[in-house]
Design a protein around this ligand. Structure first.
Ligand SMILES: Nc1nc2c(c(=O)[nH]1)N[C@H]1C(S)=C(S)[C@@H](COP(=O)(O)OP(=O)(O)OC[C@H]3O[C@@H](n4cnc5c(N)ncnc54)[C@H](O)[C@@H]3O)O[C@H]1N2
Ligand code: MOO
Length: 390
């Protein structure tokens, strides 16, 4: 058995960044920017007023100063003249500052009679001018790689970049295996259960930026599995679920082997997830996940999400861990790295009492995994542990 770190290093070698494609900004949220994008304009493109008030040409103003109002500037409507000493231009938020203007007196600080304004006492000291290019300038760059956020989409729109180069979504084929499985909504026999992992994993991978293909559930026969595996051709990554252990009906490795699987490793010193396997088959990366529902989801988090980062051209590595205080004690750990389903409550974290790898109710309540190193001794409440936030 190899360590989780060694297994992850092998898994990451199975992927390389996929091609880029152009998408409109309306479809860019969450996609991964593939090339640097440069602003094609300054923002604001002119010195602009930040407030509603009066633009004047003098820095120094005092109570009782008066100005004659010679025109108006509104957002989208520049004042086409010059403002000189003793003059003011009525101005609104977002309007270009008129030529000669150096500051804006907010209207609350002014009394106006006809075309004359007089400054009140206790003046607001701000200039209320946003300089041209104060947000960004032509050529300023949003750097790749980067998973685009809603804020980035707003920034790119402001840069007048209507379409952006992003990595295409890596295609992940998912095959559940086992005679006991039927799809949700079907009627199982009394010795069957509902296939849950494939949909859970598809949700996990889609949120990470993948396109998923849910292939038909494979029976525990070589012919059925071969059929399902052949349907995966052309994907970037094939993920199988179950049939990975040592039982007579665990035939995924054997059948994939006859179809050309070059296996990099089998079995990892982790709990859950021991019978994990990874390699290459027919030009695709392949990860064979264990069938236990929690095992497959935890391995999806620990191995498949970093591999998807690799396909997307992002910096790919182990999931970020933070140190947190235990609110309840933990028993000593075995020789396998343990990913314990846990709940963060405020600043502290606690593991759930039941850690069996079949318990989806426990996983659904978890918002973290406590990572226990191999042979970690018993831990008392108040000690620090490493945590992956889910
Ligand atoms: N003698 C040994 N037995 C087992 C070992 C071992 O080392 N020696 N390892 C155990 C561990 S750890 C795990 S994890 C499981 C993994 O086994 P498989 O990957 O072969 O998974 P299956 O046997 O096919 O299924 C296990 C369990 O999960 C259910 N399952 C499978 N697929 C799905 C699915 N898509 N949705 C929902 N549930 C699924 C399946 O019905 C079984 O209950 O092996 C242990 N055994
Ligand atoms: O790898 Mo198994 O997941 O410990 O139940």
């Amino acid at each position: 058995m190899i360590s989780v770190a060694e297994a992850l290093a092998e898994v990451l070698k199975l992927g390389a960044p996929v091609d880029a494609e152009m998408v409109p900004l309306s479809e860019a949220d969450g996609r991964v920017l593939a090339e640097d994008v440069a602003a094609t304009r300054n923002q604001p493109p002119f010195s602009a007023s930040a407030m509603d008030g009066y633009a004047v040409s003098t820095e120094k103003v005092a109570e009782g100063d008066s100005f004659s109002v010679i025109g108006e500037a509104a957002a989208g409507h520049r004042f086409e003249g010059l403002v000189s000493a003793g003059q003011a231009v009525r101005i609104f938020t977002g309007a270009p500052l008129p030529e000669g203007g150096v500051r804006v007196i907010i209207q609350e600080d002014v009394t106006r009679e006809g075309d004359k304004i007089t400054l009140k006492g206790d003046l607001d000291g701000g200039h209320h001018v946003r300089p041209a290019g104060g947000d960004f300038k032509i050529g300023d760059v949003l750097s790749a790689p980067r998973r685009l956020t809603s804020f980035d989409v707003a920034l790119l729109a402001s840069m007048n970049v209507p379409r952006v180069p992003v990595r295409r979504r890596p295609v992940v084929a998912i095959i559940a295996t086992g005679d006991e499985l039927v799809s949700p909504g079907e009627t199982p026999r009394d010795d069957q259960i509902i296939a849950s992992n494939s949909l859970g994993l598809a949700a996990l991978f889609q949120r990470a930026g993948a396109a998923t293909r849910l292939l038909p559930i494979a029976k525990d026969t070589p012919a059925s599995l071969e059929m399902a595996l052949s349907l995966a051709a052309g994907s970037d990554l094939l993920v199988t679920i179950g049939g990975a252990s040592v039982g007579d009906h665990d035939i995924v490795a054997e059948v994939a082997g006859t179809m050309g699987l070059e296996r990099e490793f089998y079995k990892v010193a982790m709990r859950p997830g021991k019978p994990l396997m990874a390699g290459r088959i027919g030009g695709m990366a392949m990860i064979g996940l264990p069938g236990n529902p929690v095992s497959s989801m935890v391995c999806g988090e620990v191995f498949v999400l970093p591999l998807l980062d690799r396909f997307l051209g992002l910096t790919a590595g182990a999931r970020r861990r933070v140190q947190m205080t235990l609110s309840e004690p933990l028993e000593s750990n075995s020789h396998r790295e343990h990913y314990m389903r846990a709940a963060i409550d405020g600043d502290a974290v606690k593991a759930f009492a039941r850690q069996d790898s079949s318990l989806l109710t426990v996983l659904a309540r978890a918002n973290a995994l406590i990572v226990r190193p191999p042979n970690d001794p018993a831990r008392a409440a108040g000690e620090m542990v490493e945590v992956i936030r889910l």
